[in-house]
Design a protein around this ligand. Structure first.
Ligand code: NAP
Length: 309
């Protein structure tokens, strides 16, 4: 089968499109005929060797995946051949930048039926990141207020939709290119951080500040003033320290997304109910994945890119 693989960590040039042996599912695993995998910034970090994730080499990237179950390992009863599935696969395992991938059955859920199966690869880890940031790390409840910095990105738009649906009031920062998308996702107040000073534009403090943007540490520290006493600062930008304020009992939480099958199934239901929109910005072929990593190494990739085998 065709797969993109690397033998050693390094620059985007370590990625090669190859013919490799089709994997066989072991006990508790299934083989999935891949409809698509998604590209995430962490794929870049794992290939470059920046992230402390113990991958075995050679490695196939692409831990967010959608496809059709095509072989069952021993002891798998909850899935059948032909089932359309999505999953956030264990990051240290081979991913879905291939024609087939073997996955633990417990990492997969039935795919949404209301969107194309390939597009559903865009959903798993980013929607779980948004959920965990808001409700696990942030402990947000109905009636509370969250300020989302960097709300116009992939995680941000899921976070706005999930928060508003849970009765949480969302104040979002967005630059002009993202204003419309942030409004459409349901943000109650939008602050254009390129034209307005956030601290001046905010009317009262929030329960939770959720940062999703690569802001400067000084700026992040200044934004802690937006949080009420006893509130929380949550961040997914794990490459920098999340600031808090002990003197006011404002705690700092950094999110490292974890697979969660029940949550992912709940997210799929929200997609099928029309409560959550899945956005795909670009669809590329497997052979183009090395170039995409090259592009990501040069700067930010806007939106969600899926990779079609
Ligand atoms: N820790 C984890 O487990 C985990 C999981 C998933 C993602 N992440 C990380 O979480 C972050 C968000 O992910 P994402 O996929 O949503 O990224 P993204 O699509 O690149 O979105 C980030 C947003 O940040 C905004 N931004 C950039 N510079 C800004 C500034 N100076 N001030 C305010 N906003 C600014 C941009 O907003 P505009 O569009 O308005 O310009 C952009 O839309 C990324 O760093 C990602 O790597 C972490």
């Amino acid at each position: 089968m065709k797969a993109v693989q690397f033998d050693e960590v390094g620059g985007p040039e370590v990625l090669e499109l190859r013919d490799i042996e089709q994997p066989m599912p072991g006990p508790g695993e299934v083989r999935v005929r891949v409809a698509a995998s998604a590209f995430n910034a962490a794929d870049n970090g794992m290939r470059a060797g920046f992230l402390p994730i113990p991958i075995a080499l050679p490695h196939v990237p692409g831990y967010d995946v959608s496809g059709t179950v095509d072989a069952l390992g021993e002891g798998v009863h909850e899935l059948e051949i032909g089932d359309a599935v999505i999953g956030f696969l264990p990051m240290e395992h081979d991913g879905g930048a291939a024609e087939y991938v073997v996955a633990p059955a417990e990492s997969l859920v039935h795919a949404p039926t209301s969107i194309p199966l390939a597009d559903a690869a865009a959903l798993p880890s980013v929607s779980l990141t948004a959920w965990q940031a808001l409700f696990d790390a942030g402990r947000l409840e109905r009636g509370q207020r969250v300020l989302i910095v960097g709300a116009g990105g992939v995680v941000g738009k899921y976070a706005i939709q999930l928060a508003t649906r849970a009765g949480v009031q969302v104040i979002a920062t967005a630059s002009p290119r993202s204003l419309e998308a942030v409004r459409a996702a349901g943000a109650g107040q939008i602050i254009d951080h390129t034209a307005t000073e956030l601290l001046d534009a905010l009317d009262g403090r929030v329960d939770v500040l959720l940062n999703l943007a690569p802001i400067e540490p000084d700026q992040f520290a200044a934004y802690v003033a937006t949080v009420r006493d006893g509130g929380l600062v949550v961040s997914t930008t794990a490459f920098m320290t999340t600031p808090g304020d002990e003197s006011r009992d404002v705690a700092a939480r950094t999110v490292f997304v974890l697979p969660n099958r029940d949550r992912l199934a709940a997210v799929v239901s929200l997609v099928d109910e029309g409560a959550l929109t899945v956005e795909v910005t670009r669809r590329i072929a497997l052979a183009e994945l090395p170039d995409l990593h090259e592009e990501a190494a040069r700067g930010r990739i806007a939106g969600k890119v899926i990779v079609l085998p």
